[in-house]
Design a binder for this molecule. Structure first.
Ligand code: PMP
Length: 433
């Protein structure tokens, strides 16, 4: 079955197919960190549905919540009508939000993917401000629909102005940390305040507190606070895209909590649906300038996703899994940094909580005057394949696909974490040869 399924799918599926290309496996069962393939092989899944599975695969509380809805006879599809399931989800979500926002927030159910919620956020701030321009960042990823694409890495929309994201020292702008944060903030100020810049007052600014697909780039806290000041001073709504960073992943429930800022709009998806499709925006009520029906859509009331999502949010909150992600993530980063001292091909190790990136470089082909060696996408791809051979699923990211990304479930045990890193270290050694 295994080979046949792979062959038929590769013949019939679009040339754009993504994960299936680098991960030729046929999952038939999954539990927690583990996936079992049709060929009987087992894998440790550190991709977690691109960061969706906060509790891993088929967590008992998620299955229980889904079964409860199925057994209750509740409607499975009911557009966006009010239901007890929806009420419970909204109540649980609001209990997790930064208090200042929760006290005065509105929620718009979008649907069903992260990119839909990004579109809603862009449309909301444009409607509320009557302006059309947007500020976005280098290395950003917000989705695959046209509006989201325009605020992602390679913008094409002339109304989108791009600012440098302060990455680690491998940033194309060469500066990260606090100095990069300050330079980036001044850049934003001059763009907005200098009439010669030609940038009209934008409708909003959209950022990821930690860029995920862009190669795991955590924004410095100080930079987040400066962006909040700059936008607040000019009445520009600030949109935080927490599609990937949310629900404990980075070591706080929402990643904006690291810097303590409160955005005007939060874009939420992935983990909030407890492994089923769900996406919402929450925003300050004063932005709620929409006319009734201004943002409709058939699939905005997935009852199973809301039930699975509410159970996930509650489990992460009650079991303090964000704290767990912070401690375990720091330990994993430490061990990876140790690995980096022994392997010059590791150019950088970075992350926050259980959102970790290992950037691979080619020290031998660095130009004599280069500050940093060039990225090594072929090595990264070889490491990914060697990981797969050792039963470990990892994803690649970053502009050159040279960053190996680890996004394990927050329920990862210490032993599992060490098993993941053992396999990774073996895979790296094999790929280097
Ligand atoms: N925003 C961020 C930060 C993301 O990481 C992603 C998905 N990786 C999206 C938006 C888009 O979500 P989706 O793939 O569900 O459309």
């Amino acid at each position: 079955a295994h080979e046949g399924i792979l062959r038929r799918q590769s013949l019939r599926e679009s040339a754009a197919r993504t994960y299936a290309r680098s991960l030729p496996i046929v999952p038939v069962r999954a539990r927690g960190l583990t996936i079992e393939g049709a060929d009987g092989r087992r894998y440790l899944d550190c991709l977690s549905g691109a960061g969706t599975l906060a509790l891993g695969h088929n967590h008992p509380v998620v299955l229980e919540a889904i079964k409860k809805v199925l057994d209750s006879g509740a409607p499975l599809h009911i557009l966006d009508l009010a239901t007890p399931v929806k009420d419970a989800f909204t109540t649980e979500l609001f209990a997790t939000l930064p208090r200042e926002l929760a006290e005065d927030a509105r929620i718009q159910f979008c649907g069903p993917a992260g990119t839909d919620a990004v579109e809603a956020a862009l449309k909301l701030v444009r409607t509320a401000t009557g302006r059309s321009g947007l500020l976005a960042f280098t290395g950003a990823y917000h989705g695959m629909t046209s509006g989201a694409l325009d605020v992602s890495g390679g913008a094409t929309d002339v109304r989108v102005s791009r600012l440098p994201f302060p990455q680690n020292y491998r940033c194309p702008y060469g500066v990260g940390g606090e100095r990069g944060a300050e330079l980036g903030a001044r850049w934003a100020e001059s763009l907005l305040d200098d009439p010669k810049s030609g940038v009209p007052m934008p409708a909003g600014m959209i950022l990821e507190p930690v860029q995920g697909e862009g190669g795991v780039n955590p924004a410095p806290d100080n930079w987040m606070r400066r962006m909040r000041e700059i936008t607040a001073d000019r009445a520009i709504p600030l949109i935080a895209d927490e599609v990937q960073t949310g629900v404990g992943r980075t070591g706080t429930f929402w990643a904006v909590e690291h810097s303590g800022i409160v955005p005007d709009v939060m874009v939420l998806s992935k983990a909030i649906g407890g492994s089923l499709p769900l996406a919402v925006i929450v925003y300050r009520s004063e932005l709620d300038a929409w006319q009734p029906g201004a943002h409709a859509g058939t699939f905005r009331g997935n009852q199973l996703a809301m039930a699975a999502g509410a159970a996930t949010l509650a489990f992460v909150r009650e079991n303090r899994l964000a704290d767990r992600a912070a401690t375990l993530g720091a330990r994993m980063l430490g061990r990876l940094q140790g690995l980096a001292t022994a392997h010059p091909c590791i150019g950088d190790v970075r992350g926050r909580g259980l959102m970790i990136g290992v950037e691979l470089v080619d020290p031998d082909s660095a130009a004599p005057d280069a500050l940093v060696p060039p990225p090594a996408p072929e090595l990264a791809s070889a490491v990914q394949q060697q990981c797969l051979d050792r039963g470990l699923i990892v994803e690649l990211g970053g502009r050159h696909s040279a960053v190996v990304r680890l996004l394990p479930p927050l329920t990862l045990t210490d032993e599992q974490a060490m098993a993941v890193l053992d396999r990774f270290a073996d895979a790296l050694a094999a790929a280097e040869r």
